[in-house]
Design a protein around this ligand. Structure first.
Ligand SMILES: Cc1cc2nc3c(=O)[nH]c(=O)nc-3n(C[C@H](O)[C@H](O)[C@H](O)COP(=O)(O)OP(=O)(O)OC[C@H]3O[C@@H](n4cnc5c(N)ncnc54)[C@H](O)[C@@H]3O)c2cc1C
Length: 417
């Protein structure tokens, strides 16, 4: 039986990043992932500028940098944001392969197979883990980086109730014939969450992220189709002409208005074309309740959880890649310093409190503010106010927390333009 110091289950961003850092520190690491080649993890692939600043080598992965963003309020009001700090959008195949290869180059042994859901048992000196092929491996430490449905987390930290999961679903669809395809984030009317359009080098990722407890698949799928049709319609019609000009930089989408109406013939054509090409995907994102952050542990004697497996995603936006990478880094630091159990303290101090505050903020963020949805007010104010646009830009960059967001926006709104 092969023996390792650390065995990591899951080679998403969290698992591969931890494997790379541990292997560079001289640790014998095994990294397992059974995802079939060519099957991407369901994800928008957006990586904030906060993450790009922390780990500039991420820019070496093939992706697209975004320095302009179109935002829409729940009533369809438009805001064009020029970002001081660009973010990046990656295909998850490209991003995950890039990180996995770095782990391999650093000396981690990578196994392209699944670990059986019940195939790990604790022994006196660590763990014995069984892969689906039947082969067994032993290690001193077991790290669960196996994502939102982590079997390891269920066993070691306990299962999360459905109310603490968010749902994200969407479609991968062709890029319009325009190198400058718009990047869009649109807050949903009457629902918690938002829709996005993230153009990548070879396709666009469309999606909706929302809470699982209020999930109504039929209504939300219809909303997303209207969003996608409106996105492409701009490219086909330009400003009213027939299928000639690409969407101009200033053309806006007519959002959330078509749900009750009948498609124009052009929109119908877009819809029919999309039906032939769009590939659907769906997955869950952890969205922990405020009190769960106090109770739930991410490590114990000879085990640790990273990224989604530990529940580390922003409960307001569903952003999880930064936290996957940061938790991997903190665990590797703790392990390499000879005090792996210190990881629990490190993640709590580093980002745990901020994520807990975000989950306390979730209801407020999607609730009311000065008599209208907060997100409506935020876009409305930002349209006429540079200071608010700056705060919004920082929020997108990952540099603005939620705790003082309302206060900052309100203060900014009261300052002269
Ligand atoms: C639709 C959608 C859109 C999203 N958009 C964004 C976004 O734009 N930006 C952002 O920051 N976050 C986004 N997220 C969240 C983000 O995808 C996750 O937070 C992030 O991928 C977590 O990384 P991870 O390494 O912890 O887990 P994952 O990326 O889920 O990786 C887990 C890996 O473990 C493997 N695995 C699972 N079980 C086993 C097993 N038994 N044996 C071996 N391998 C196993 C899986 O194959 C997978 O490769 C989105 C999520 C969804 C669902």
């Amino acid at each position: 039986m092969d023996r390792f110091d650390v065995l990591i289950v899951g080679a998403g961003p969290a698992g591969s990043f931890a494997a790379e850092r541990l292997a560079r520190g001289g640790v014998r690491v095994a990294l397992f992932d059974g995802r079939p080649p060519g099957e991407p993890k369901a994800c928008g692939g957006g990586v904030t500028s906060k993450a790009l600043k922390a780990w500039p080598h991420l820019l070496e992965a093939v992706g697209r940098t975004i320095d302009e963003l179109d935002m829409y309020s729940p009533s369809g009001k438009h805001l064009h944001l020029e970002l001081d700090e660009p973010f990046a959008v990656y295909s998850r195949i490209a991003f995950d392969t890039f990180l996995r290869e770095r782990a391999r180059d650093a000396g981690a042994q990578v196994f392209t197979e699944k670990v059986s859901a019940r195939g790990f048992k604790q022994t006196a000196d660590g763990w014995i883990v069984r892969a689906q092929s039947g082969a067994e491996f032993s290690s001193e430490w077991l790290v669960g980086a196996d994502g939102a449905n982590s079997a390891i987390a269920k066993k070691l930290a306990g299962p999360l109730p459905p109310a603490e999961m968010e749902v994200a679903f969407g479609y991968r669809a062709p890029l319009p014939d325009d190198a400058n395809a718009a990047t869009v984030v649109a807050f949903l009317p009457k629902w918690v969450g938002y829709a996005w359009a993230f153009p990548r080098p070879d396709h666009i990722s469309f999606g909706i992220a929302t809470t699982q407890d209020a999930f109504d698949h039929e209504a939300l799928d219809k909303l997303l189709w209207d969003f996608m049709v409106s996105y492409y319609e701009g490219y086909r019609t330009g400003s009213g002409s027939d299928r000639v000009s690409p969407r101009s930089r200033n053309a806006t989408m007519k959002l959330w208005k078509q749900s009750h109406g009948v498609d124009s013939s052009n929109a119908q054509q877009v819809r029919d074309d999309l039906k032939k090409s769009a590939e659907r995907y769906a997955a869950r994102i952890p969205g922990l309740e405020p009190r769960t952050w106090d109770k739930r542990r991410a490590c114990g004697e000879h085990w640790a959880l990273l990224g989604d497996a530990a529940g580390f995603a922003d409960p307001v936006t569903g952003e999880g890649i930064y936290y996957a990478l940061r938790s991997a880094e903190l665990f590797a630091d703790a392990y390499l310093s000879g005090e792996p159990l210190n990881y629990e303290r490190l993640w709590r101090v580093d980002f745990g409190r901020e994520l807990q505050r975000a989950s306390q903020m979730r209801r407020k963020f999607y609730g009311n503010f000065w008599g209208a949805p907060f997100t409506e007010r935020m876009i409305e104010f930002a349209r006429g106010h540079r200071g608010i646009r700056k705060i919004l830009g920082k929020l997108v960059a990952g540099d603005q927390g939620y705790t003082n967001l309302k206060k900052k926006l309100a203060r900014s709104a009261l300052k002269p333009l």
